[in-house]
Design a protein. Sequence first.
Length: 103
Amino acid sequence: MRLREIAHSRTGDKGDISNISVIAYDPADYELLVREVTVERVGACLGGTVQGEIDRFEIPGLSALNFVLHKALGGGVTRSLALDAHGKSLSSYVLAMEIDKSA
């Protein structure tokens, strides 16, 4: 199944850092997010877009994960020539990730 079937996302940016939150629709799916949506999988999903580290923060009270992507916006909003300088579309890539709900 695709991650978007059980979660939605919000994004933000500051300089050359993008922030992606993944929020379970149903709190019962939070542990599935923790297990399936890892730093490694998010990095692989975004390919070479992220040039720096990826940090993951768990927020169980909101049934959410927050990913901080360093060096992800081509120098930052005011310097990037990318069509999506704010990185809003990055969350769409993450939500397209295949996850295994049965495991």
